[in-house]
Design a protein around this ligand. Structure first.
Ligand SMILES: [Zn+2]
Length: 332
């Protein structure tokens, strides 16, 4: 058993054969390669007979191998049945206590995303962190999430005969974002944004945060003349999200919201939907107060909306049809 899942030491670009823990190729659950760690030459995975292995204090699934990367480092990559991978992804994205239909919608999207990342030009398909989707391995798995993965086996989101772009974020704030406004380029018809009546009980549906002006000036002071005395929001896009923030000092800086968020951090600027940005000068040290709606980029599925949509009886297919109009779910 252990020999079948032997730890293979590959070379750059090498294709490794993965059979660890899997006796049959499952056409409904193809394999993907997940990058678990980079520069992984110091620690050797401990392969167990049940198709799992230990690495960096956690237990993972699949057949591990090390491959050289183009920048001269070593990467630990595991080749794994996509559904076994999803068992450790879905519970980190949607709490297992949420209704089954919400977990199933998440499983279909995460599967679509992972399979869409398959690439012959890299030694892996997805990274096990936020760069793609967080994968927590065996320890993150939960029976409710695993049930959702199994119930949706083989099913993905499709548009126009091909895979759809499966974006999702925590809470849209009441209207999902247009992908073209959020990231530039032309939006797919199914990513133009929809009014969402479901997510208003979410914790970040409306939020207010503040920070000292020094932090704002550290980021943008060079463009405002080193001072900040006024603010304004720019014109909204069709979803209601202002496209820019203007900061006024001795000079005026007009900043795209995405850049404003990147510079101040996503803990402070929790979404790309700003509702007000103002200076509170009532305190000894003036602060910049930021009010907004939702959490995350807002494109595609709203996870909190999916939760409450499911609570009101919506199926996974109905949830996905609502957030991605014009798409369909393939039959597994
Ligand atoms: Zn929403």
């Amino acid at each position: 058993m252990i020999a079948r899942a032997a730890f293979l030491k590959g070379i750059a670009g090498a294709t490794t054969i993965a059979t660890g823990g899997l006796d049959l190729w499952d056409p409904l659950s193809p394999q993907i390669r997940v990058l678990v760690a980079t520069d992984a030459r110091g620690e050797t995975p401990q392969v167990y007979a049940d198709g799992t292995f230990g690495f960096a204090g956690k237990r993972w699934r699949g057949a591990p191998s090390t491959v050289g990367t183009s920048d001269g480092k070593f990467a630990l990559v595991t080749t794994i049945d996509v559904d076994q991978y999803l068992q450790g992804v879905v519970p980190l994205e949607s709490p297992p206590s949420w209704p089954a239909a919400a977990l199933e919608a998440q499983a279909i999207l995460a599967r679509t995303f992972a399979l869409g990342r398959r690439s012959l030009s890299r030694p892996y398909d997805v990274q096990a962190n936020d760069s793609d989707q967080r994968w927590g391995g065996v320890d993150a798995e939960h029976p409710a999430s695993t049930a959702a993965v199994r119930a949706t086996r083989g099913r993905t989101l499709a548009y126009g005969g091909g895979p759809a772009s499966a974006f999702y974020s925590s809470c849209c704030g009441g209207h999902t974002a247009d992908s073209g406004s959020a990231w530039g380029g032309v939006a797919f018809p199914y990513l133009r944004g929809v009014a969402d009546p479901y997510c208003n009980p979410a914790p970040d549906y409306r939020w207010t945060r503040s920070t000292g002006l020094d932090r704002v000036l550290a980021a943008f002071g060079a463009r405002t003349g080193g001072t900040l005395v006024g603010t304004a929001l720019g014109e909204p896009d069709p979803s209601g999200r202002p496209r820019t923030v203007s900061l006024l000092g001795t000079a005026e800086a007009t900043i795209p919201v995405a850049e404003f968020r990147r510079a101040l951090g996503s803990d402070l600027v929790r979404s790309s939907w700003l509702r007000a940005v103002r200076i509170d000068a009532t305190q000894a040290a003036p602060r910049l107060v930021i009010e907004g709606a939702g959490r995350g980029h807002g494109v595609g599925l709203c996870q909190w909306g999916a939760r409450f949509f499911a609570s009101s009886g919506g199926s996974a297919a109905a949830i996905l049809a609502f957030y991605f109009p014009g798409t369909s779910v393939t039959n597994g």
